[in-house]
Write a protein that binds this ligand. Sequence first.
Ligand code: ZN
Ligand code: ZN
Length: 333
Amino acid sequence: MADHTDAFQDNALLISSELGPLSSAPVPGNVTVEQGFLRGPQKWHAIAISVVPAIGTAAAIWLAIEYGMTATDIWLVLVMYAITMLGISVGYHRHFSHRSFKAVTPVRVALAIAGSMAAQGSVSYWVANHRRHHQYTDRPGDIHSPYWDDEKQLKTVEGFWHSHMGWTFGHRMTNTVTFAKDIYRDPAIAMANKLYYVWVIAGLVVPAIIGGLVSMSWYGALTGFLWGGLVRMFLCYHFTNGIDSVTHIFGRRPFRTNDYSTNNAIWALPTMGEGWHNNHHAFPSSAVFGFTWWQVDFGAWLLWGLKKFGLVWGMNIATPDLIEAKKKSGAAA
Ligand SMILES: [Zn+2]
Ligand SMILES: [Zn+2]
């Protein structure tokens, strides 16, 4: 086996035809469900999350240029962004999808609520799609690969569009009973899951209330709603979706996983460590995504902090030995 450095690829050069199906086995029928009544809500949810925050962001920028921006608006967008992105990364992804650490119930519920405020779907919906992504990564059956849309192989631009946003509009619904049964069996999380839309609305109303109270004006409530609500949602949506598009196309691959996942330092910062996505596909159950001191992983920092207070325990962590062995062996995930 060649030295692992051979596996580093500056993959803007990659072409999708390099990646054939790893298995000729057809995707089993229980992966997706007949959509029926789900088709309407799915489509409207996808349109709303892609269009409404974008309009809100344009309005916020226009108002900022015309009338300026307050410190409250800046704090609201930063803090609300950090809360929701950590909800997605640490909650939806590391905890609920991969069970990579254990936590007390209030922390788990808080993570479910914070993730829900991103408006990327309920816990069960997100977890099911994500587990399906790991099962079929960059092969037919993967819900948001830049290389495949069901059985159809994708070219560069349409692949980027499909993996970033396109899949949300018309994908076949992932069977949550096949992929996320544990979410329904977990009473506190099942309840948080059911109240998904309440959390989405709370994520818009709370910054509006704070903006209004701090400025004691309706205008402050409006800009609080825009910056802490819609702009924050817009940023979170595109940085999260970039994990499916950008970090499956652009970046480096220290591990020879059976997919095109990459490590991308630029993407890792705003995604709380998610940009170390090749690391993640090599060790999906590791709670820590950054494997060296310079691989900044804010999600892991939060976990270390919570662990100090006894709120989190049982973190799965890929040890340096395992990491080295995997690099040397070039073993697939
Ligand atoms: Zn991935
Ligand atoms: Zn994952």
